[in-house]
Design a protein around this ligand. Structure first.
Ligand SMILES: Cc1cc2nc3c(=O)[nH]c(=O)nc-3n(C[C@H](O)[C@H](O)[C@H](O)COP(=O)(O)OP(=O)(O)OC[C@H]3O[C@@H](n4cnc5c(N)ncnc54)[C@H](O)[C@@H]3O)c2cc1C
Length: 291
């Protein structure tokens, strides 16, 4: 199907986005990589009157490090995330997530800002942002807000962004020597959205798990942090027994939906399998990095 007719405007700067947004109606949408929005237009799932193309706005680009923080511009593509030396070194979970997203053509255009704003419950990057305690930087014409990732995803395809507010950047704490991270997922075909996935970041002291986040995707309306599983593991080495108890604790953490891909019980089973795998992986000495 073809997209319904719409007006197209290209913004030249952050300030220009707000000028154009103010001058157009409520049915205006921002266009970044277009990898979700253009598909939804082609399927006639939405019919905005105007698209404002933000893909050439310089203030939304770039990756920089400083003060123990890595700042990733909203227009950073999935491919750039996977390849950037600072991301690979300082936020290895993000670099590991990138190749799991869709296919190379989509990764070359799709952006982290678009992925977070779209908030697909089966997407990798929202779960990584929650696991990493990222902060979403959001700007309106008059103010800048910094929203912790754990508060950003408010429901199915829903976020804490206000009207005429956009994501300009995402900030990640640089990983420390005590932290290990990994992401695993199960999809029916390579490149498909995950049926179930988990993004894990854990801190160890000697061999003990002292802190961490185990964040599942594809199992709810938004990323789901498995707090009961983390509580079971905290203060203990990651032995086979501790891992089995954490898998059992997922019954408290997860109430996955059923759909045409998998029943609720199947998703629960896959989540337990993935949790066991991801914990065994991070219990090894090495921080998981992309080869
Ligand atoms: C076949 C296919 C398979 C895919 N598989 C996966 C997958 O496995 N995992 C995955 O995570 N994703 C997958 N995607 C989605 C892909 O990652 C998209 O790139 C991403 O979801 C949206 O990014 P975008 O830059 O293309 O955003 P766009 O499509 O341009 O925009 C998406 C939405 O976000 C809004 N938006 C964009 N940027 C901003 C911003 N900075 N601030 C506020 N709002 C903004 C837009 O207005 C729009 O509503 C797939 C897409 C396709 C077509």
């Amino acid at each position: 199907m073809k997209a319904p007719p719409f007006s197209y405007l290209r913004a030249a700067s952050l300030a220009d986005i707000f000028v154009k947004w103010d001058a157009t109606g409520a049915e205006t949408r921002l266009l970044a990589g277009g990898q979700s929005l253009l598909a939804s237009l082609a399927f006639r799932l939405s019919s905005p009157s105007t698209l404002i193309d933000i893909s050439r706005v310089p203030e939304l680009t770039g990756i920089s490090a400083g003060g123990g923080m890595i700042r990733v511009g909203a227009l950073t593509t999935h491919a750039e995330l996977g390849a950037h030396p600072v991301v690979r070194q300082q936020v290895p979970l993000l670099a590991a997530a990138a190749p799991l997203i869709a296919h190379p053509a989509i990764r070359n255009r799709g952006t982290i800002g678009g992925s977070l704003a779209y908030a697909d419950p089966a997407a990798e990057l929202p779960a990584c942002c929650v696991a990493l305690d990222a902060v979403i930087v959001a700007n309106s014409a008059t103010a800048e807000r910094r929203i912790p990732a754990a508060q950003f995803f408010t429901g199915l395809y829903a976020t804490a962004l206000g009207e005429k507010e956009l994501i300009t950047a995402i900030e990640f704490p640089a990983s420390t020597a005590q932290q290990r991270s990994a992401i695993l997922e199960l999809a029916r075909r390579s490149g498909d959205y995950a049926m179930v996935g988990v993004a894990a970041q854990a801190e160890f002291k000697n061999a003990e798990f002292v802190d961490g986040k185990l964040v599942f995707f594809g199992v709810g309306e938004a990323p789901v942090a498995a707090g009961a599983a983390v509580a079971v593991l905290t203060g203990k080495p990651l032995t086979g027994e501790a891992i089995a108890r954490a898998e059992a604790a997922l019954d408290i953490d997860l109430s996955p939906p059923a759909d045409q891909q998998a029943s609720s019980e199947m998703r629960r089973h896959l989540a337990r399998v993935l949790l066991g795998r991801v914990l065994r992986r991070i219990s090894q000495k090495e921080v998981v990095r992309v080869a």
